[in-house]
Design a protein around this ligand. Structure first.
Ligand SMILES: Cc1ncc(COP(=O)(O)O)c(C=O)c1O
Length: 403
């Protein structure tokens, strides 16, 4: 079969859902598939070669994340890593209270549902209109029976970056382990897990140009974990033949993403692409920003735009319908209205639990639209986006009730 022509990615604006594999990642993985495909646990030369690649990849990832390679556990993605972190630690200590935010990813809320069935309590730290947690409320919750805190670092739907340094300090002072869902941050910000002082950190390869199907849990030594999948691999903490080829792709993806950040003084250059686009979008009638302002460099994911869209008359428009209409114009975005798996305070089902947690009225909670950028894009690719949104909005406006 002839090699496939490279795909046109100029309309792919959904990096926060997943990102296309980088060329360098594809190359590394193709080579690894040919030479290091064997079972890393096998004692023969084929296995040793696979094992060497796996451990080299683990070492590179650990170095790039500011961690020890002994602390990295490979698994199938962040959903599994989050489950291993929360259920694994909870399995080794008596039930108590888990503190989360109301803007967690469904992977976390699903694990929390299991913990509730195991006798745990859950408490939500409130967030403000930008999605930022209330540090005073958090500190008040860091007393018995709280035994674990889990927070999403970079919120996928509204782009909020939580102030992790003070959160980590508060948890450490209270002697309570902290798990961080770093899925949307890794690759867009240099991460030094040791300096941050987090105990558990989950991330995944596919959001940063790596392969789908591999993620990792960083678990600081001394934090006990009950394996959720039995077996001898990964130090007995996660059974199943290790995916050495995927690990090599993951390491390559993070290396390329980190080099890109370093070339730009540690900042993601995607913010420079995002800001002019956002400024143009916000000039459109009926379009407003949700989540933190882009000027808040520390507070908002650099590649992330989240909007709430209404008709000119102020009638909220359905985000999912906008997504479909934008795709008819060749633009891939998302509505960001995935429902949370468990009910947080004030949730009533339908629409986005995240927008609801930020204080949006029920009528606007299904009107979110997310545009997320990646390094495959250039400013010329984004030229047509405001016009396309305006067209999609007008089409819907004329069919919306109340028009
Ligand atoms: C913030 C966040 N956490 C967790 C996940 C789950 O990651 P994975 O797809 O690797 O299971 C995602 C993916 O959508 C995410 O955006």
């Amino acid at each position: 079969m002839p090699p496939e022509a490279p795909q046109d990615l100029s309309g792919y604006l959904d990096a926060c859902a997943t990102s296309p594999p980088r060329e360098g990642v594809l190359k590394v993985m193709a080579a690894a598939h040919r030479s290091a495909w064997a079972n890393p646990s096998s004692l023969h030369g084929f296995g040793l070669r696979a094992s060497e690649l796996l451990e080299r990849s683990r070492g590179r990832l650990a170095e790039l994340l500011g961690a020890s390679q002994h602390d990295l556990i490979f698994c199938s993605g962040a959903s599994e890593a989050i489950h291993l972190a929360l259920l694994g630690l909870a399995g080794m200590i008596p039930p108590g209270r888990l503190v989360i935010s109301p803007v967690e990813h469904p992977a976390t809320t699903a694990a929390v549902e299991t913990l509730l069935r195991q006798g745990w309590e859950v408490a939500w730290v409130p967030v403000d209109r930008r999605g930022v947690i209330d540090l005073i409320a958090l500190s008040e919750l860091l007393v018995p029976p709280t035994r674990l805190v889990s927070l999403i670092w970079g919120q996928s739907e509204v782009g909020t970056i939580q102030p992790l340094e003070p959160v980590s300090r508060l948890c450490r002072n209270a002697g309570i382990p902290l798990h961080v869902d770093a899925v949307q941050v890794v690759g867009h910000r240099l991460v030094d897990a040791d300096a941050l002082g987090v105990d558990l950190l989950s991330c995944t390869a596919h959001k940063l140009g790596g392969p789908r199907g591999i993620g990792l849990l960083l678990c600081r030594r001394g934090i006990p974990l009950l394996p959720q999948i039995g077996g001898v691999q990964e130090g007995g903490l996660r059974g199943g033949t290790e995916a050495g080829v995927l690990a090599a792709g993951f390491a390559q993806a993070l290396e390329e993403a980190s080099e890109r950040l370093l070339r730009h003084g540690g900042q993601d250059p995607l913010a420079g692409l995002r800001d002019p686009l956002l400024a143009r979008l916000l000039k459109l009638p009926g379009v407003s920003l949700s989540g933190p302002a882009p000027e808040d460099r520390e507070g908002r994911l650099p590649h992330h735009i989240s909007l709430v869209v209404s008709s000119e008359a102020g009638v909220p428009l359905p985000g999912r319908e906008l997504v479909r209409r934008l795709w008819r114009q060749g633009l891939a975005v998302s509505s960001g209205s995935a429902c949370s798996a468990i009910a947080s305070p004030g949730s009533r089902g339908g629409g986005s639990a995240v927008l609801r947690a930020l204080g949006y009225p029920e009528s606007q909670c299904a009107s979110g639209l997310r545009i997320s950028l990646g390094p495959w894009l250039c400013s010329a690719d984004l030229e047509r986006v405001p016009g396309a949104l305006e067209q999609a909005r007008r089409e819907l406006e004329t069919s919306a009730p109340g028009h």
